[in-house]
Structure formats: C-alpha cells, structure tokens
Design a binder for this molecule. Structure first.
Ligand code: ADP
Ligand code: MG
Length: 899
C-alpha cells in the first residue's frame, strides 16, 4: 500500500497505536471507518461503503452520524470485536484526534442483555507444591468485582470457575497465554473473547498497587487474600485493563469480594449444558431451568436468581436463610404480591449506578434511579408489617441497604428533576423550579419572553384588525409575523417584509427582533446552565454508587426470593431438608421442567453411604435420563436455596455435580465425539469426590459394544472403590446390572413398564415411569415376542440363546477365558481404556451369529428357523422402537408359519 496521508493517513496511524480490532474516527458530524475496517464493518452491519480518494489513492470508507455511534459499536462488540473510538477535539490551530476509549466485550457498558457481563483475568503461578491460580471477575455494568485463589489446582478446576461465570472476555496471564491446551479448552466451551493485556499489568508489585489504590490498603488482608497471591495479579490486571479501555466505570467498582472455590458447588460446562440450566440443548432459553422457575419482576432479580442456579452454595447457613425467607413468602400471599407489584416498577439500580459513574446517565436514568430508590421503603413496609415476614431472614436482607440515605437521595433527586425529563441533557427542561435560584431567574425570563411571543398575535390582531395573522419560527427566518395575502394591504408601516409566499407574506418588527435575540440568548444560557447543573447532579449521584448498588442488590434479593416462593406455591414444591450428611432421599420427586408440560409420574430415590451407586436400567424412552436429571436438579435447587419438586426431600450437601451423556445420545444432537466423551469421563473421575453427585447417562455407548461395556464397567469400579461419589448410571448394557453382585454399594433400579411386561397395551408398550428396585427384566424384547404370539418353543429358545450370549459377553468384558476376574484398567491420565489382558474387542454381532449352532429347532421348523433365530439374536431390542419390534416379530412369525 502506498503511504497514505491526510485523513486516511491519520486514521491508519491511529490504528497502529491500538491493538483493537476496529477503529472508528470522528470527522466532524460523523464517525468514519476506513480501509479494511470499513469493509469489515460494512459486511457485519450492512453499512454502505463509498470510496475516499486521498492523494491519488482510493480507500473504502463507511460512516455513521455522531449521535448514532453507540448502537453500531454495541453491535460490533456483541459480535466479539474490540472497537477503538477516536474523538475529535478543538485545538488552537484547528482540531486533533485521539483514541479516547476502547470498547471490548468485557467492558461494554451499553449492553442490551440483562444477564451479567463479566471481564475475567486468570493467572497461573507455578510453585513447589503445584500450580496455583488466581481469578478475578468484574462486571462493569453493575460494579461487581469478585476474586478467588485456587491453590494446588489443575486447569480443569480453573476452567470450571470460568465456565460458571461465563465471561464475555478473558485476559489470560503471561504464563497462560502461551498454553495452547488451556486456550483450546477455553475456546471449546466458552464464547469469551480472549484479549492479551500487557504482561506488566500482571506483575505482582504493580497489580498489588493497583488493587490497593482501588479498594484501600487493608482490603486484601481483610478478605483473606495474601499480597503475593495470584488472585492479586488477576485483580490488578482487570483493574488496569478497565482503566485503559477508558469506559470510565472504575468508580462504580467499590468493593472487592473474595470467595473460596469451596463455597460453591462445582458445575462444569458440560453439566450446566446437560442440565439445561439457562439454555436448552437446542440453544433456546425457553424450557431451561432458569426460564421455568423465573418469576422475578426485575432484571436485577433475574440476574441474581440465575446466579443462584449457576453457582449453588455449600453453606448450610446461607441456604437455610434463603429457604426460611422463601417459606415465609409462600405463606404470605398478600404481602408477597404487594412486594412483587412494587418491584415491577423498579429499574436496574446497579446498572444505573455504573452509568452515573461513567457519565453516561441522562436525566431519565436519574429519574429511574429516584423512582427505584423510593420503592425501598414500600418494600420494607410490606415486610415489616407482616409478622411472619418480619420474623424471617427477609428482614435481615433489608438491612443490607441504608434506608435513610436512600430516602434522602431519592428526595434530593425528586426535588431536582421534573417528572418526565427529556431524553437529551443539552436541551434544557430537566430541572424543577426551586432547584437553583439563578436557573429559576433565567427560566422566568425565558418563559416570560416566550409568553410575550405567544400573545403577540392576539395583540397584533387587535391593533391592526387583521384576522389571518400568526407568529412562528424557523431556522432561516427566525421569528416572523405571517399575514394572509388578502390582508397584506392592512399591515402597519412598521412591518418590514422579509419574504413572500404563495398565500401569505412574512414580516418582522423591531420589538420582535429584539425579543428574538433575548429568547435565543436566554435559551442558550438555560441549556448551558441546566447541562452544568445536570453534570453536577450526576456526579453527586455517582458518589452514591455504593448506596445504589446496595439498594439494587437488596431489591434483587427480595425479588429472587419472592420468585422462588411463587414457583413453589404454584407447583406444590416442598422445602427440602438440607443436611451435612450423605443421604439423598427423594419421595415422590418430579422433574422441575418436564412436570410443566407432562402429567408427570412421581418417583422415589434413595442414596447414601451404603447405597452409593445406582445402575438404572429400563427400555429406551422409559424415563431413565429424566429420572437422573431430576435427581441432579433437585439437589441443585436445594443448594440454590429453593424449594424442590417432591413430596419430601432430604439433600445432603454436595461439593459438585457432574453429568456426562454418552456420545451416541449427544451425537444425535450433532455435538460430541467419543473422544470428548472419554475426556470428560476422565475429568469426572479426576474431579469428583465422595461428596459429589455423578450422573452418567449411557456412557460408553459411543463405541463398539465390548469397548463400551468395559469402559462403563471400569468406570463404575473406579467410582465405587476410589472416588466413592454418589452416582446414578443409566445404561442399556444389562451386563452391568451384575455389578451389584460384585460391588458392595452398587444397587440396581429400573424404570418399570406396564405389567412388566405381560399387559402391554394394544399399541405397544405402556411406560409406567415408576422406578423400582432391582434390574430391569432382561428379556424384555423376548416378552414382546411372546406377547405377539411367537410360538412357545421359539420364545424359550431365544431366552436360552440370549442368556448364553450374555454369559460370553460378560466373560469377554472381564478378560479372556472367564477364569477369575482380570480387572480392566482405565487410564486416567489419557482418558482411554487400557484393557487388562482382554485382547482385541470383537463385534457383538459376530458373537451372536456363532452362538446359534443348535439344530434341534431346525428339525421342527426347517431351515427358515435358523434365519429367524440369527436375526432375533442379532437384534438390539433396546435400539429398536416398539412398533418396529412388533412388525419384525410378526414377520418372523409369518416366516415360521410358512416353514
Ligand atoms: P430414556 O432415557 O429411558 O430413554 P427419557 O428420560 O428420555 O427416557 O424419557 C423419555 C420420555 O418420557 C421423555 O419425553 C420424558 O419427558 C418422558 N418421561 C420420563 N419420565 C417421566 C415421568 N416420570 N413422568 C412422565 N413422563 C416422563
Ligand atoms: Mg436416555
């Protein structure tokens, strides 16, 4: 490219200065994009590209009017770009331009999404006793700032933290930005933009200084973080990054919250997705757990409730407080509705606080803040005047905000701003009379001048006797008197003609000119003065950012608790007994989402130290997956502080919930591969502890049968013997039901089918959805054959064949020869199954065909019987829909009849 000069040259050299993806530069009344940026923006946002010629070369150019920039920048940032904005300012000799801010996914203030928007930094420090990690999360839209330190941790634990916050942007520390494994794992499961922030900003000394500057010298030690922890480096890096991007919201970040990773239930990305916490597997919001239980009245309340679900707690005291509040709210319908109705008028105070501190709040925002602050006493009254609520922990929640200070600020704002201020702050009309004496004077003068103008037509009509006379104003003529053509001969001499139109003439008079000048002067002074006063007011409000955040969070908490109460009442949920014990006991439990749309058949679950591992069997579509997810969701809801869908539930606190669905089931949704399945299984085997809940749904299904069984078998042994996690394992490998005979704490349960299976309905099978102890009837498919009228000897013989097949399979799964039980080895570090001395896995079908070697049936039914039998033994009853099964059986029957 030839050296560009002029405006394009200026653009290109500014672009050199920034590492943002896109630059936009103010040129008078427009923000312009040039060269590659113009093309990119044009494509992303459907902008028109024109050509700008500059000193013999021509460059693509696209622009937007100055006042319209924000939505364009927002749209680009939401697509993951970092956008630098260069503003133009006047100088003594013309004007200059410089980059004033960089808007990035994690520092984007104008987000249209109510969900939290986190900027994260993650730092690794390698030490003698393993790696430690520091993480910091800032939400500039609300001023939340959280840090944590993970000592002796592995990348998996760090990624789990990151997934849980679902940051919009991640700043990897110096050590991690070259760790491809880490970055790959991050990008695989997260949409976060990864940005490289200057390494120096992570340096311990500088970061510590930055953190102290922001939060005060003592903050770190008071929240239990040591000066040299990786968490400090992460926190410092986040702060300096926000500062450098120039969004000006740092002042809203007033409090550093440290949390221990041990406070929350570990939920990795796969688990969150499997359990459809905030999104369904298809990617929609509706039908997710959050969508189902969310009855919040405010955006902030919804944000909090979502956080409770995504980050369940392990602190029994906190859960107890939430539950008691929910319990009280379920029983006080009137007060609850009053509170919810009051809250429905609330605006997002946390976000308004950030807008005030960044200087982007307008008068409507401050009005919104005022109205919301004024709701606090109403909500407090509703709580305090209802005995049961007043005695519940809800009353303590209210003490989180300084009510008097809130009322004072609300009163101040109310006294300042008119009821319905305009959307712009430069055109006046913002302040009430009595707010400022000198403003009042100007307003008085301004309004009396306007009044004079308004009454001028009447005075002139009276004086001149002209009937078609009006006074108006436009840009070119200023104020003028307009007289209809028919009466122009009656205008007084003092009227000076300025314009002739088709049906009228325009005049001016000296008094009008004079008033016009006065009005313009007053108008300008009024606008300037109101703008200055407004900036002052906004700064005053910004100083109360912490107060606004407190009130916002208090209202959000009450909203979230009331929402849980509403859902509990409407759906007949019950308060779970949350204990420090190991028992998970659910009586007549339901799936919280499925019960919304289905006549749900409740079922029971019991797990404890001695009954630690359940193998769940049952035909396809009987309800295995639902049953297991239901157990996970009830546990999760209990640890979010919610009531649960059950008649009665006792939930021993868990430290993590891990779920994994077999690749085959996931493949149906076009997602996963067997490799990923195994990596994730490996991750669970690493991360889960005896206090975890593990859900394995058809794991091992993604590969040939024998591999699959072996892996499932080995994983079960490992979970049972080593990890000792509470586990539910659904499988269609009936072989695994024999694990209960080998392993002490493994039990079988199965999902029952109508009449088990003697009384299947005419149109196939009736699913009972009831979960019973014991393995499922193994010869379920053969019973279907029996029901369909297959001759008795064939049914008996198929049972024999099947039993034999199973024996062989079971032997092969354990190793060759069946002598003793050679244990299969699951290699944890590689996530692959190493196998004992089992040899090459063989295909299930091959084994099946060989097994049919008995020929006494052939004597009775002829050659055809052999075909039928080998077809029968080769058929996977669990993979075949019931209707097809019936048809196939019918076909065999016909073949045998012919024989
Ligand atoms: P599986 O995992 O055994 O193949 P699923 O759990 O996927 O079966 O359930 C199959 C269907 O049955 C789903 O549509 C589910 O909504 C429904 N279902 C499962 N359990 C119940 C129940 N207890 N009551 C009513 N419907 C249920
Ligand atoms: Mg299933």
């Amino acid at each position: 490219m030839t050296e560009a000069t002029g405006i394009v040259g200026e653009f290109l050299s500014l672009k050199e200065e920034t590492d943002a993806d896109i630059l936009t530069m103010q040129c008078g009344d427009f923000y312009e994009f040039f060269a590659e940026d113009a093309e990119l923006v044009a494509e992303e946002l459907d902008l028109k590209v024109s050509q700008k010629s500059s000193h013999g070369s021509s460059y693509p150019m696209a622009g937007v009017p100055v006042d319209d920039l924000t939505p364009y920048v927002s749209a680009l940032v939401e697509r993951g770009y970092r956008v630098a904005v260069a503003d133009q300012h006047e100088t003594a000799d013309g004007h200059a331009r410089e980059i004033t801010r960089v808007v990035t996914p994690g520092t984007h203030l104008e987000t249209g999404d109510a969900a939290a928007q986190y900027l994260a930094a993650v730092v690794r420090q390698s030490g003698r006793d393993g790696d430690s990690y520091g993480l910091a999360f800032a939400d500039v839209t609300t001023g939340r700032f959280q840090v944590t330190q993970l000592d002796d941790a592995d990348p998996g634990a760090v990624l789990t933290e990151l997934y849980t916050f679902a940051p919009a942007e991640v700043l990897p520390g110096p050590d991690l930005r070259n760790d491809d494994d880490f970055l790959d794992a991050l990008s695989e499961r997260s949409d976060a933009a990864v940005s490289l922030h200057a390494s120096e900003s992570f340096a311990p000394g500088r970061a510590r200084h930055r953190v102290r500057e922001q939060f005060g010298a003592e903050t770190l030690s008071s929240v239990g973080i040591a000066d040299d922890d990786a968490a400090v480096a992460a926190a410092g890096a986040v702060l300096s990054y926000v500062e450098e991007t120039g969004v000006g919201t740092l002042a809203a970040v007033t409090r550093l919250q440290a949390y221990g990773a041990r406070e929350h239930v570990a939920l990795d990305a796969t688990t969150q997705r499997n359990l459809e916490l905030t999104e369904t597997m298809q990617g929609g919001k509706s039908g997710s757990l959050f969508d189902t239980v969310d009855h919040t009245a405010t955006a902030a309340g919804g944000r909090l409730l979502r956080r409770w679900l995504q980050r369940p707690r392990r602190d029994r005291g906190e859960l107890h407080r939430r539950q008691s509040s929910v319990a009280a709210l379920t029983r006080e319908a009137m007060a609850r509705e009053t509170i919810r109705e009051t809250l429905s008028d609330a605006y997002d105070l946390e976000r308004l606080a950030s807008r005030a501190t960044s200087g982007s709040a307008d008068a409507r925002d401050l009005r919104a803040a005022q109205e919301t602050l004024a709701l606090l006493p109403k909500v407090a009254d509703a709580v305090e005047q209802t005995e049961r609520l007043a005695e519940s922990p809800l009353a303590n929640a209210l003490s989180g905000a300084d009510r008097e200070a809130a009322a004072e600020l609300a009163t101040e704002l109310d006294a300042a701003l008119v009821e319905d201020p305009p959307g712009t702050v430069t055109q006046g009309g913002l302040f009430r009379r009595g707010y400022d004496d000198s403003l009042d004077e100007i307003i008085d003068d301004h309004e009396s001048a306007l009044e004079w103008l308004e009454t001028l037509p009447d005075r002139e009509k009276e004086r001149t006797g002209i009937t078609h006379l009006s006074v108006d104003r436009n840009k070119t003529d200023g104020y003028y008197i307009q007289v209809g053509k028919s009466e122009t001969d009656r205008v007084p001499e003092a009227y000076e003609e300025i314009k002739t139109l088709k049906n009228s003439k325009r005049y001016t008079i000296p008094e009008l000119d004079e008033k016009e000048r006065a009005v313009l002067r007053l108008e300008e002074r009024r606008h300037e003065m109101e703008y200055d006063l407004f900036e002052e007011l906004r700064e005053q409000v910004a100083e109360h950012a912490t107060l606004m955040q407190d009130v916002g969070r208090t209202l959000a908490e009450i909203d979230a608790l009331a929402s849980l109460a509403v859902h509990a009442v409407e759906n007949d949920w019950t308060r779970p007994d949350v204990t420090d014990g190991e028992e998970l006991s659910i009586e007549a439990g339901r799936h919280p989402v499925v019960e919304q749309t289905t006549e749900f058949v409740p079922n029971d679950l019991y797990l404890d130290r001695d009954r630690q591992f359940l193998v769940v069997t049952g035909p396809n579509m009987s309800g295995k997956s639902t049953y297991m997810r239901q157990a996970a969701l009830i546990t999760l809801l209990a640890q979010a502080g919610s009531f649960v869908p059950a008649r009665d539930a006792t939930v021993g606190l868990v430290d993590g919930i891990y779920t994994r669905v077999g690749a085959l089931d996931e493949l149906a949704q076009g997602r996963s591969t067997f490799m990923v399945e195994m990596q994730e299984l490996s991750n669970i085997l690493h991360s889960a502890t005896e206090d975890s809940l593990v859900i394995l749904d058809e794991v091992g299904r993604g590969t040939a049968t024998f591999d699959g069984i072996s892996i499932a078998w080995a994983a079960t042994e490992y979970l049972h013997n080593e990890v000792r996690a509470k586990t539910l394992f659904a499988t269609h490998y009936h072989e695994l039901t024999t694990l209960a005979d080998h392993l002490e704490r493994v039990e079988n349960v199965h999902v029952a089918v109508a009449g088990e299976p003697e009384s299947a309905g005419e149109d196939g099978v009736t699913f009972l959805r009831t979960v019973r102890d014991g393995p499922t009837d193994r010869s379920y498919g053969i019973h279907v054959a029996d029901m369909a009228g297959v001759p008795g000897p064939v049914v008996d013989r198929s049972q024999e064949v099947l039993d034999r097949l199973r024996e062989e399979k079971a032997i092969e799964a354990r190793g060759s020869g069946g002598a003793g039980t050679t244990q299969a080895v699951f290699d944890l570090s590689s996530g692959t199954f190493g196998g004992g001395d089992g040899g090459e896995p063989t295909s299930a079908d091959g084994g099946a065909a060989d097994a049919v070697d008995d020929d006494h049936l052939t004597d009775r039914f002829g050659e055809d019987a052999e075909d039928v039998l080998s077809a029968l033994s080769g058929l996977d009853v669990n993979e075949t829909p019931p209707v097809e099964l019936m048809a196939t059986v019918q076909q065999w029957q016909d073949e045998l009849d012919e024989a």
